[in-house]
Write a protein that binds this ligand. Structure first.
Ligand code: G4P
Length: 282
């Protein structure tokens, strides 16, 4: 889904999230484990204020294991609790529930002191488009393919989804805008498919991804496409990959668009490997 964010949108989104924040005890901030920094909203700290927060590093199945742990340590070192999740295989969901109880303990205790008992803990999800908010709602609630609201700044009548006897989730996630300013961040969002607008044409994007992957480890492309990457430009490698994959058009030329789609698609699906594009600066 593409959303063009304008200042008006952002203001409305911020207001609607702030309104919903008053209804919940905890926020699940969803980010993409392959690009935790790039997939975080730029003003999330200010929006969430002091509300208990659990960072969910989603799509951890597509990210490098060691890097996943580094990011976990990084957020922990900043005093933010963080959990690795794979929504497709329902991994990490029990930990989400357990941590929710831990992070809301003070709130539950203070309610109990006031004589309010048996009030369920309430949570909401926020995150930029495509990080897996709808998938997480469905996984936590055990539903399949249920529709959830996904227009920025538009709040339907809120509904609560029961996750456990004493835990409820707001059915409408807060859709936040991504970071726009930094070119590297923009590329990371485009590589992972978080933004699908024509930031770059598909061929330039694929070439940049090839160069990026080679910077992280030469073995990714060598192993997947059975090619030698040393001393070759990203474009030369794209041509080689196209040749290997039979992406040939009339006259024997490589169909670079087709080859680009293969590289991007295989990266996004984790077929090239479990790859994290950015590491925390500890
Ligand atoms: P959103 O509501 O935040 O916008 O995201 P949504 O749940 O629609 O998920 C976006 C894509 O990410 C979906 O793929 C979904 O299956 C995938 N996804 C979500 N969580 C995980 C996860 O933990 N691991 C993996 N591997 N994938 C996950 P899609 O339907 O193919 O959509 P698209 O990528 O074509 O947009």
């Amino acid at each position: 889904m593409n959303i063009n964010w304008y200042p008006g949108h952002m203001k409305k989104t911020r207001e609607s999230i702030k309104k919903n924040l008053s209804l919940v005890d905890i926020v699940y901030e969803l980010i993409d484990a392959r690009i935790p920094f790039s997939s975080q909203n730029p003003v999330i700290d200010e929006i969430l204020g002091n509300k208990p927060r659990l960072i969910i590093l989603n799509k951890s199945d597509l990210a490098d294991d060691e890097a996943n742990n580094s990011w976990k340590d990084y957020f922990n070192s900043k005093g933010i609790t963080c959990v690795l999740v794979d929504c497709i295989r329902n991994k990490g969901l029990d930990e989400v529930v357990n941590l929710t109880y831990i992070l809301t303990e003070d709130k539950r205790k203070s309610l109990a002191k006031k004589g309010i008992k048996n009030r369920p803990v309430r949570a909401m999800i926020v995150g930029i488009p495509n990080v897996g908010k709808s998938t997480l709602i469905n996984s936590l609630s055990g539903r399949k393919g249920a529709k959830v609201g996904n227009k920025p700044g538009v709040t339907k009548g809120n509904q609560w989804i029961r996750i456990r006897k004493d835990l409820e989730l707001l059915d409408t996630p807060g859709i936040l805008w991504p970071k726009f300013e930094d070119k590297e961040v923009g590329l990371n969002l485009a590589f992972t498919g978080a933004i699908k607008d024509e930031l770059l044409d598909i061929e330039s994007l694929a070439v940049k991804l090839i160069e990026r992957l080679n910077r992280i480890s030469k073995s990714y492309l060598e192993d997947r496409y059975n090619i030698a990457v040393e001393n070759k430009t990203g474009y030369e490698l794209l041509l080689e990959i196209g040749q290997k994959r039979g992406c040939i058009i009339r006259g024997g030329e490589v169909d670079t668009e087709k080859a680009s789609n293969i590289v991007l698609d295989e990266f996004r699906k984790g077929i090239i490997g479990r790859i994290t594009l950015e590491l925390p600066s500890l």
